[in-house]
Every structure is written in structure tokens, then in C-alpha cells.
Design a protein around this ligand. Structure first.
Ligand code: CTP
Length: 400
């Protein structure tokens, strides 16, 4: 299941950084629903927050009751974690004293979920015994904290109280959401995206792969603590957090990058590798001839999955492949698994009407060690999480 947080934005000058926080959380496929205190609306607009979070924004207790299907009690328990960012001195005091005089404090009082606080305030306010007392109380009650940092503040003073950078807050959030890191110490090698096989300096042969599935798998494995090398063909996707990406263009480059990344415990070949390349790439742009179109002579590319599956002593312990098929899914997938010598294979129907290439969902037929399972249609991020968790279970000490 996709992780979900409620982000409570307090009214301070640092509130603008919560926008970046929302962006980073969504990039990691964490769903965010936001609540703004009345004073926060003077620093950031509900419209920008809604645009970035892609979810309804809540500002007042009464309007929540009127507008939505969900009351404040249900909302306070609907997420895996509540994050208060920025948490002003005033908001901390109201939390510590159990106030419930607006939507933010009511949710914080009604929730049965963990709470993370990212404080931001002037250094003197931070150091004041009243604030320190409130912090102690909240810590004793089990609240998690991200920051604050020490540094120059918007008011010109210097010291502790500055909001932590959004990246560090995300790391703290992920540590609470995903405390279990079963792939720590494992190296996962992943191929993703299409390859481009050049015809001449301006033309190439490619395919429709977006790279989304492979990138989601890289992200899921990194979240479970693995060291991840993502060997990627040309895509428009940003590199997932905590993942080492090696950019390649052709199938031959991809194979060389995979060899260079070994040893690995796990290899997952999610790339849509071009099956053929030109026997000879023209060094200058091919010109149109008057008589006939050119005949392109193709030669077969190396099969990266098959090569890794049969790489002798340097073979990763677990090799996982994909199968892109347009018909006879199960028969073709079973034959492909056998032919390529991989341990697991995730088969998907990539017929044009299915929207798999470039889309956000996929339906997988999973060919495991001994059995075959049909997974329901799922977002690619969930397929990635399911696969990463299965890998973790395969490598857990109890399953050896
Ligand atoms: N693969 C690979 N190197 C290649 C071709 C494919 O590593 N040169 C990998 C893919 O990353 C995928 C699996 O092999 O994990 C199956 O790819 P797919 O495109 O479904 O099959 P092909 O090998 O191309 O076979 P066919 O075209 O006959 O379906």
C-alpha cells in the first residue's frame, strides 16, 4: 500500500518550504493531504498547496464538516503519519497543552497515528524555557522531530530554530514510515528504459518504454535499504532518491555498464532493450537517394538478462526479468523464463490498447521459483513495492 501522510502547515515565514516538501514527498510516491492553519494561509495559498499535493486542502474545522465525506476524526486517522511543518512556537505550545481550537490542533489531538514535528522559529523563541518545556512534553509523548537546523534566520539572527531543509525532513519521514530496511547490505542492479540504436548521427531505432516501472523498482529497493545501481536508457525521468544512475544509450553500452556494476546480489532487467542494432552506423547523415529507400542491415544485440543469468561465479543470486508480450502471455513468458535462465519473470501485455508503455498502471503475471500468480492491475509504484518486498523476503535469514 502507498504511504500516506497528513501535512499540517503552520503559519511562519518558513511555510514556503512546505511546498518543496510536498513536491519531494510526491516524487517518492508518498500521498500528501494538507491542512493549513489560519495564519499559514497568509504565507502560502491553499491553491498552490492543492496544486502540488494533488489532493483536497483543508483549512477550517467547519468547512471540513460541510465539504467532505470525512470528518476530522476520520481524517486524523486516515494517514500513516501526521507531519507538522513548519511547527511554530505557538503551534508547539498549543499541541503541548492539548488545544483543539482549530482543525490542525483538533487532528493532532484526535489522531492515533505517529506525529512528526519540524520546528521553525526565531532563536530566542526556540531557546525560551516555555518552548523547551513544550518540546520536552511532546518528546515524552513520543512525537518525532526533524530539526531544527542552526543558521541564519529570516529575521537576521543566527542560531538554532531554522527549519530543516526539506530533503532532511523527507529522510526523517521515511525513517518513521519505513523503519524496516531488510535489503540493507544488498546491491541491486536494475536496467530500465528503452535503448536507442543509432542509424546515423541524427536518427535512431527506439521503442515506447518510459522507464517508469524500472525507476519505481529502483526507488522501492532503495527505500528498503538496498544499494541500487540503475542502468538507464534515455528517459525523461528524474533519478530516484538514494539511487546511483548510470546513463547509457545503446544495448551494448547497457551490457557494459551492467558488467561494470557487478558484483550484485540481485539483478532486475526491466529495460526494453532494442533487439537489433545496425550492422554499420553511418558516420554522416544518410542522404535520400533518388532510386530507392536505403536497406538497413541489422545484427542482434546482446541479451543482457540472459548474459547476467549465465554469468558463472559473478551471477547475482537472484535474477529477475520482464516479458513484454502482445499475445499468448503465459506460454511466451514461460518459454522466455526458460530461455533466458532467470529465476523470476514478470510478464505484461504491452498491446497498444493496454496503456502499459508510458502509463502508470500495469497488470503482471508473476512467474516465481515454482508457481505462477496473476497480480491485479496495480499502479507501477505498487508493483515495485510488491516486488521489492518479495525480494526482501527471499533474502531474509528465516527463508534461507
Ligand atoms: N532483455 C535484455 N536484453 C535484450 C533483450 C531483452 O536484457 N537484448 C531483457 C528485458 O530487459 C526483459 C527480458 O529480457 O527483462 C525480456 O524482454 P522482451 O523484450 O520481452 O523479450 P525479447 O528478449 O526481446 O524477446 P522477443 O522479442 O522474442 O519477445
Amino acid at each position: 500500500m502507498r504511504a500516506r501522510i497528513i501535512l499540517i502547515i503552520g503559519g511562519g515565514i518558513a511555510a514556503y518550504k512546505s511546498l518543496e516538501l510536498i513536491r519531494l514527498l510526491r516524487k517518492r510516491d508518498i500521498a500528501v493531504e494538507c491542512v493549513l492553519t489560519e495564519s499559514a494561509t497568509h504565507f502560502v495559498t491553499p491553491l498552490s498547496v492543492q496544486g502540488l499535493s494533488g489532493a483536497p486542502v483543508h483549512t477550517a474545522l467547519l468547512s471540513l464538516a460541510e465539504d467532505s465525506q470525512m470528518d476530522h476524526i476520520a481524517l486524523s486517522r486516515s494517514a500513516d503519519l501526521l507531519v507538522v511543518c513548519p511547527a511554530t512556537a505557538n503551534l508547539l505550545a498549543r499541541m503541548a497543552n492539548g488545544f483543539a481550537d482549530d482543525l490542525a490542533t483538533t487532528l493532532l489531538l484526535a489522531t492515533d497515528k505517529p506525529v512528526m514535528i519540524a520546528p521553525a522559529m526565531n532563536v530566542r523563541m526556540w531557546q525560551h524555557p516555555a518552548t523547551q518545556e513544550n518540546l520536552r512534553t511532546l518528546r515524552e509523548r513520543g512525537c518525532h522531530f526533524a530539526g531544527p537546523d542552526e543558521g541564519e534566520m529570516a529575521c537576521g539572527e543566527f542560531g538554532p530554530g531554522r527549519l530543516s531543509e526539506p530533503e532532511s525532513i523527507v529522510t526523517a519521514i521515511e525513517d518513521v514510515l519505513f523503519p524496516h530496511k531488510p535489503l540493507t547490505g544488498r546491491h541491486v542492479l536494475i536496467t530500465a528504459g528503452p535503448t536507442h540504436e543509432p542509424i546515423d548521427p541524427v536518427r535512431f531505432i527506439a521503442n515506447h518504454s518510459s522507464g517508469k516501472q524500472g525507476y519505481a523498482i529502483a526507488s522501492a529497493c532503495a527505500r528498503l535499504g538496498a544499494r541500487v545501481t540503475l542502468v538507464s536508457g534515455p528517459t525523461a525521468l528524474p533519478c530516484p532518491d538514494k539511487v546511483i544512475r548510470v546513463d547509457v544509450t545503446t544495448a551494448c553500452d547497457m551490457l557494459a555498464a551492467c558488467h561494470a556494476a557487478l558484483p550484485a546480489d540481485i539483478a532486475i532487467c526491466a529495460a526494453a532493450v532494442g533487439d537489433w542494432r545496425l550492422a554499420e552506423t553511418a558516420t554522416q547523415k544518410r542522404k535520400k537517394q533518388n532510386d530507392a529507400p536505403p536497406v538497413l542491415t541489422l545484427v542482434e544485440n546482446p541479451d543482457i538478462l540472459a548474459t547476467l543469468s549465465r554469468s558463472g561465479p559473478s551471477r547475482p543470486t537472484l535474477v529477475v526479468g520482464f516479458a513484454a508480450e502482445t499475445e499468448k502471455l503465459e506460454t511466451h513468458a514461460a518459454a522466455k523464463k526458460q530461455r533466458k535462465g532467470c529465476d523470476w519473470l514478470l510478464a505484461n501485455d504491452v498491446s497498444p490498447g493496454n496503456g502499459v508503455f508510458g502509463g502508470d498502471h500495469n497488470r503482471i503475471l508473476f512467474l516465481g521459483d515454482e508457481s505462477t500468480e496473476s497480480w491485479p492491475s496495480l499502479p507501477k509504484a505498487e508493483i515495485a513495492t510488491t516486488l521489492a518486498e518479495r525480494i526482501a523476503a527471499r533474502f531474509s535469514p528465516s527463508s534461507r
